[in-house]
Design a protein around this ligand. Structure first.
Ligand code: BG6
Length: 504
């Protein structure tokens, strides 16, 4: 989240270098940072993995990833020739001490060549069971002694539950200072998500309304058309609560509900977010029954193609009890939000892919218009659309032009596409740049992760102890199970969906 850029020489060591994340996200992000002039003058990217590859073979692999997944399209030859010179590969076994000696040598070589002490960023793009062994070996090889110059980036999932996340935090804090640990939640790097803070705290008109006196309820909905694809092995042990709610959706909730930080510094912002998690009402067994629903997708058709049910996906247990959909009603017990429900919903194989936050304001205290004027009248809504549409729309009532007084619902829209010509950076570009800059604002602090786990543990425990008897309970290309509608309908509301392309 930089405002000024002063980049020091940097060495990236990417564990899981030959993996999917590097090909799809990290390499394209680093390349785009390079294109936009956001890489330091002196840098190198060392990928490491078990597969033996030459530097050139590794470069080709990353080039293929960039060509397929970069927002800027295929690489430009001259630019690639320059960028790729900075890429190297080292085949390695992460369990072997020798691996880390080799890294140590490479780091020394670069420091000599550059006549400096470079920043070193260890990026763990590997399965979570490797986090402890890699972190411990980095420590044993004394490669993280300089707390100002070395950083470790950890991908989610950060733990499998409260206890394992505490264990991982404890292990890491024995090796690194908190200021060296960058726990990624890629939602925080999204342009539209960063804009929530700008929108809330750089405008004075919202604050007087942003509380229980004017807001009736909040919805945070992140739905995906995709199924679990080739990630069944991981997903079947996780489910929607661990995969999405514990991190992405609760972070969105924190951004909506947090108090204003006194400054934009990493800890001030993260303190205010963790306050929200602490204020959230804890569930008991009874609440789980009333406030949390789960679903699992069955087979069906998506955009004219037949798709398998979750239990038929690769590496998924044919009797799996894992939820691919979750909808939860939360409360934030503090002065600002007392009594305002926050409905969160996420699911795979849903009718639409869209991430939307809707703030529904309260009714007008007295309607002065005759009923026939207000047939299509609705309460004001603020809709923050994160993806694929990137917009903020305020829905208000206006008079429809004509001789009669008829109220009409109209949108006041801030739309990224119509307002800006430049393409928004990908979340990983922002997050990698911030890692280089040493700015942790958009990264999860250890206590935030634990507070989020603490909150969802009663739901996970209740669901694990009592298997769902009606899975699969929603079909592909639907809006999830009917019980999710019932959850919100009981309070007199319904889930809002944004018309595709913002059109009615
Ligand atoms: C990841 C989850 O963290 O986020 C995936 O593991 C999910 O299951 C993805 O599909 C969604 O991210 P995005 O950026 O596509 O909304």
């Amino acid at each position: 989240m930089s405002t000024t850029v002063n980049l020091e020489p940097t060495i990236f060591i990417i564990f899981g270098g030959t993996g999917d994340l590097n090909q799809r996200k990290l390499a394209p992000a680093l390349y785009n940072l390079f294109l936009d002039g956001y890489m330091p003058e002196q840098y190198c990217i060392i990928g490491t993995g078990r597969t033996p590859l030459t530097d050139d073979q590794f470069r080709e692999k990353l080039k293929e990833g960039i060509n397929n997944f970069s927002r800027t399209g295929k690489v430009k030859d001259a630019k690639w020739a320059d960028f790729s010179q900075h890429i190297f590969y080292q085949a390695s076994d992460v369990k072997d001490a020798e691996t880390y000696k080799q890294f140590g040598k490479k780091i020394e070589e670069k420091n000599k060549e550059w006549k400096t002490v470079a920043n070193v960023i260890y990026y763990l793009a590997v399965a979570p069971n490797f986090f402890p062994i890699i972190a411990s070996n980095i420590s044993k090889a004394k490669l993280a002694e300089d707390t100002k110059k070395t950083r470790i980036v950890i991908e989610k999932p950060f733990g499998h539950d409260l206890q394992t996340s505490k264990d991982l935090n404890q292990l890491l804090s024995g090796i690194f200072n908190e200021c060296q640990i960058y726990r990624i939640d890629h939602y925080l790097g999204k342009e539209t998500v960063q804009n929530i803070m700008a929108f809330r705290f750089a405008n004075s008109i919202l604050e007087p309304l942003w509380n229980r006196n004017y807001i009736e309820h909040v919805q945070i909905s992140v739905t995906e058309q995709l199924g679990v694809e080739d990630r069944g092995g991981y997903y079947d042990g996780a489910g929607a609560m661990r995969d999405m709610i514990q991190n992405h959706l609760l972070q969105l909730l924190c951004l909506v509900a947090m108090e204003s930080p006194v400054s934009f510094s990493a800890d001030e912002v993260r303190n205010r977010k963790v306050d929200v998690l602490h204020a959230m009402r804890k569930f008991t067994g009874e609440d789980v029954r009333n406030s949390a629903v789960r679903g699992q997708y069955g087979p069906g058709w998506m955009q004219g193609k037949q798709v398998p049910g979750y239990r038929e996906e690769q590496e998924v247990d044919t009797q799996s009890n894992t939820e691919t959909f979750a909808a939860i009603k939360f409360f934030v017990d503090n002065w600002r939000w007392q009594g305002v429900p926050f409905y969160l919903r996420t699911g795979k194989r849903m009718h639409q892919s869209s991430s939307v936050i809707t703030i529904q304001f309260k009714d007008v205290p007295h309607l002065v218009f005759p009923p026939e004027a207000a047939e299509s009248w609705q309460q004001n809504r603020l809709i923050i659309s994160i993806q694929p549409e990137m917009s903020v729309r305020l829905q208000v009532q206006a008079k429809r032009p004509g001789l009669d007084m008829v109220l009409n619902n109209v949108d006041m829209v801030f739309d990224y596409k119509g307002t800006y010509t430049n393409q928004a950076p990908e979340a990983y570009e922002t997050l990698l740049l911030d890692t280089m800059l040493g700015d942790q604002t958009l990264f999860m602090r250890g206590d935030q992760v634990e507070a989020a786990w603490e909150l969802i543990m009663p739901i996970l425990n209740a669901w694990e102890s009592k298997k769902s008897l009606n899975f699969p309970n929603y079909s592909a290309d639907s809006w999830g199970p009917e019980i999710a509608e019932a959850l919100i309908a009981r309070d007199g509301y319904h889930w809002f969906t944004l018309p595709v392309n913002g059109k009615k």
